[in-house]
Design a protein around this ligand. Structure first.
Ligand code: VGL
Ligand code: ZN
Length: 221
């Protein structure tokens, strides 16, 4: 067993989820979001094989915005995929304040984030009528992004997640990372959640996501 552990390929990638102005100081601020930027920068100095960023990147009247439906923010509504002609695959989702609109400052990376070494930037939620929390695929799983291919091309074995928000885009991307066959880690002190409960952590742990602190990772990589 020990030998097997030694033989094991370990090709780590870092994925920085949605460290954008709107999630830190803009229309959908995640409490404590600004605190993780230094930690993320320290992790970006480590020898990850790939350093990938994601951006939430919505058109002005995106389906996930409350104003698109003339409803109050943070209400829940059943959203249907445009290709779902029978209306069987509707999913209940939160309607958000408008955020990360293409071409606005809210969609930009937060100031201070070291963006120099990103090998790819994955944009999500770019179609007006399709919502995507995960950087791998939309909420209905109609379409996959490039992310799996990008990771497999470099034979990535382990994916480490940091960023915002822990209970939405980090969680759903990490769950999909498990689904697509990667050993999946969330760097606990480099993530902040919208809701302050621990439901997201429990759900991730049950589904095979592992947790690590940035200091452990810095000591090991
Ligand atoms: C996110 C809500 C809406 C996130 C994105 O990045 O976690 N949350 N869009
Ligand atoms: Zn969004």
């Amino acid at each position: 067993m020990a030998l097997k552990a030694l033989d094991r390929r370990f090709t780590p990638a870092l994925i920085v989820i949605d460290l954008q102005n709107d999630f830190v100081s803009g229309s959908l601020p995640v409490s404590g979001g600004a605190e993780i930027v230094d930690t993320v920068n320290r992790l970006l100095d480590l020898p990850f094989v790939l350093k990938i960023a994601t951006k939430d990147f919505h058109p002005a009247k995106h389906v996930s915005f409350a104003l698109t439906h003339d409803l109050p923010v943070f209400t829940k509504a059943t959203i249907f995929h445009p290709g779902d002609k029978d209306r069987t695959k509707g999913l209940e989702q939160v309607l958000w304040p408008a955020h990360c609109v293409v071409g606005t400052n809210g969609a930009d990376f937060v100031p201070g984030l070291n963006t120099d070494d990103f090998t790819a930037i994955i944009h999500k939620g770019v179609d007006v009528d399709i919502e995507s929390y995960s950087a791998f695929r939309d909420i209905w799983h109609y379409q996959n992004s490039d992310l799996t291919r990008v990771l497999k091309k470099d034979s990535v074995t382990d994916v480490f997640f940091v960023g915002l928000a822990g209970d939405y885009c980090v969680k759903y991307t990490a769950l999909d990372s498990v689904h697509f066959g990667f050993d999946t880690w969330v760097v606990r002190d480099a993530v902040r959640c919208i809701s302050d409960d621990n439901i997201a952590w429990d759900e991730m742990e049950k589904k095979g996501i592992q947790f690590v602190e940035s200091a452990e990772l810095i000591a090991k990589l």
